[in-house]
Design a protein around this ligand. Structure first.
Ligand code: HEC
Ligand code: HEC
Length: 255
């Protein structure tokens, strides 16, 4: 489940830039640091070793924690921040970006934390472009705006995007038993469409989902889902909240 390597980036321009930089930092890592060969060859590789960063972070978007590009932009003028950030990664952090704490990663070597801190700092300046808007007609004929694509065309047929379909599958595997099939709400847990309609932001949705509310019976999904996987669930629930897709299995590319 924990795979940071799958489409972290939802904007192609940012994806390209970040990918180039990932490659650049990879080359740097290989040439300057011998551990790279045996310990971890890339951030993707690091995530596949079981670190949970992408439960809470995305490269270009605030999730539970700040976008890594935002972190990079804050400190980019100051490379001496590598040690500061590496210590934060290992010891945890709170208050630099907000009230939500970042857990410690004591089992991570200093070398790996330094590598990650350098990688994150290398991402500075790559956040660009205004937030996107996608206009659609809802099932009851209203003009609605989504912040992400919901539909695409496949061989002349309108189908939902891979992300929406992935969200449908994940939601109806992991969330339905409390929040109801197809996000209609359950006996013990709220209708998540209403939560979004009532103004819950994407950030709040991510914080509630990743942290959970154990006293209320809501499990935390950090470490199980990465940010991209939870983003799919979010997009699916939001597309349902916008009344763009009916209950049931939406038409997909795989049909
Ligand atoms: C449970 C959620 C969570 C996980 C898991 C997580 N982070 Fe964070 N991260 C946060 C939050 C929240 C903040 C903001 C903390 C603050 O305000 O000081 C943050 C901040 C940061 C910062 C900036 C620190 C600062 O003080 O400027 C870096 C760098 C960072 N995270 C890297 C990582 C890396 C690398 C991993 C994986 C090894 C990781 N994070 C895992 C939630 C998380
Ligand atoms: C075992 C039952 C259970 C499962 C499974 C579950 N939830 Fe929840 N969830 C709850 C309960 C109960 C609450 C209400 C907590 C409260 O009252 O604060 C909740 C609240 C939430 C909220 C906050 C809603 C609001 O209006 O404050 C979000 C977001 C959420 N869940 C997302 C998810 C997602 C995404 C999944 C699947 C990955 C999921 N939940 C799976 C029980 C569950």
């Amino acid at each position: 489940m924990l795979q940071g390597s799958k489409n972290w980036h939802r904007s192609p321009a940012v994806a390209c830039a970040a990918l180039l930089m990932a490659v650049a930092s990879l080359i740097l890592a290989f040439s300057t640091d011998s551990w790279a060969q045996d310990e971890a060859a890339s951030p993707e590789h690091i995530m596949s070793h079981g670190f949970d960063c992408f439960s809470c972070h995305a490269i270009d978007e605030e999730v539970v924690g700040p976008a890594w590009i935002t972190v990079a932009n804050r400190y980019h003028h100051d490379r001496s921040k590598t040690a500061y950030l590496a210590a934060k990664i290992r010891d945890g952090s709170v208050g630099d970006f907000g009230k939500v704490p970042m857990p410690a990663h004591k089992d991570m070597s200093e070398k790996l934390a330094t590598y990650l801190a350098n990688y994150i700092l290398s991402l500075n300046g790559s956040l660009e472009g205004a937030p996107k808007e996608y206009k659609y007609k809802s099932l009851d004929g209203k003009e609605v705006t989504a912040a992400f694509p919901v539909f695409e065309t496949n061989q002349g047929h309108q189908v939902v995007t891979k992300d929406i379909f992935g969200g449908f599958e994940k939601y109806n595997s992991y969330c339905f038993r409390c929040h109801g099939f197809d996000a209609v709400g359950g006996e013990y847990a709220p209708d998540l469409r209403k939560s979004l309609d009532n103004g819950m932001s994407k950030h709040q949705f991510f914080v509630a989902s990743m942290e959970g509310r154990s006293s209320k019976g809501m499990p935390g999904w950090a470490g199980f889902f990465d940010a991209d996987e939870l983003n799919q669930v979010y997009e699916y629930v939001d597309a349902r909240a916008l009344n763009l897709i009916p209950p049931g299995r939406p038409p997909s590319r795989g049909d």
